[in-house]
Design a protein. Structure first.
Length: 268
């Protein structure tokens, strides 16, 4: 049986108008980018700052329009501004409602969907436990650490059970130890659900820890430079994985290619 393709990007292009004080004209952010993501794959989109990673993610999410090429989700072309029901998005910032408790933030999408109160409460309690937030259901975001807030944000998306998950550097602002903790949480949750994931990051260690594949973008204009297979066995331990020779070998290989793009970006 053929593997089902969930996200297909073909010859994608995105330009932005340059500010007048920079001479105006057109800035090409993404140019001729093409790749496919199959059902159940966890794919990291990696590259230097300004290479169009988040731009591609936002085009898949229908938040911004492309200037060329095509994006298909489950075989259907995406339409700018038309959300796709079974696609979830986790943003860089937690975007929690400060006036809602942890439980109410997590259950927000279920509330919008009209899920009965009893069912909603049970699903929220389960999500709180899965995220390691037992005892914090009645707390407000202002009382939580950054890592805990990000757990709430993650569960608010996952509780809607999206089949495809888009993540835009959700752990980028966290310190190293908190980030590793979030990697462990995400890996445990994903092992149980196996959604198709497109995860934007500038952190090579994060990409190697989480992903099945790393799609490496070139410096601007962003093009697909290489597609690396990450064959580390699952389930993975976010800490001990980094101590293995296999991790060190692949890190070195990808880092060399990524470093070439850092140099190109600085020379522009």
């Amino acid at each position: 049986m053929a593997t089902r393709c969930r996200i297909e990007i073909d010859a994608l292009r995105k330009t932005f108008a340059a500010p007048a004080h920079q001479g105006g004209g057109e800035v090409v952010a993404v140019d001729d980018a093409s790749f496919r993501i199959n059902d159940g794959e966890f794919v990291a989109l990696l590259g230097p700052s300004g290479c169009g990673k988040s731009t591609i993610l936002n085009m898949v999410a229908t938040l911004i329009a492309s200037n060329g090429g095509t994006i298909r989700v489950d075989g259907e072309p995406v339409v700018h501004g038309r959300p796709i029901r079974h696609v979830g998005y986790v943003f860089q910032k937690d975007t929690l409602f400060p006036w809602r408790t942890v439980a109410d933030n997590i259950g927000y999408s279920l509330e919008l969907a009209g899920v009965p109160t009893d069912q909603r409460r049970a699903r929220v309690e389960r999500a709180i436990h899965q995220a390691g937030l037992d005892g914090f259901g009645r707390f407000y975001p202002s009382s939580l650490s950054g890592g805990m807030r990000q757990r709430v944000s993650l569960m608010r998306t996952l509780i809607a059970e999206p089949e495809i998950l888009l993540m835009d550097e959700p752990f980028g602002a966290l310190d190293t130890h908190t980030k590793l903790d979030m990697h462990s949480v995400l890996l445990d949750l994903w092992e149980n659900t196996r959604q198709t994931v497109l995860f934007v990051t500038h952190d090579l260690g994060e990409a190697l820890t989480l992903a099945d594949r790393i799609i490496l973008m070139s410096a601007r204009p962003g093009r697909v430079k290489q597609d690396f297979r990450v064959n580390f066995p699952r389930p993975r331990n976010a800490v001990t994985l980094r101590e293995t020779p296999e991790y060190a070998e692949l890190f070195s290989k990808v880092w060399h290619s990524l470093g070439e793009e850092f140099v190109k970006g600085r020379s522009e």
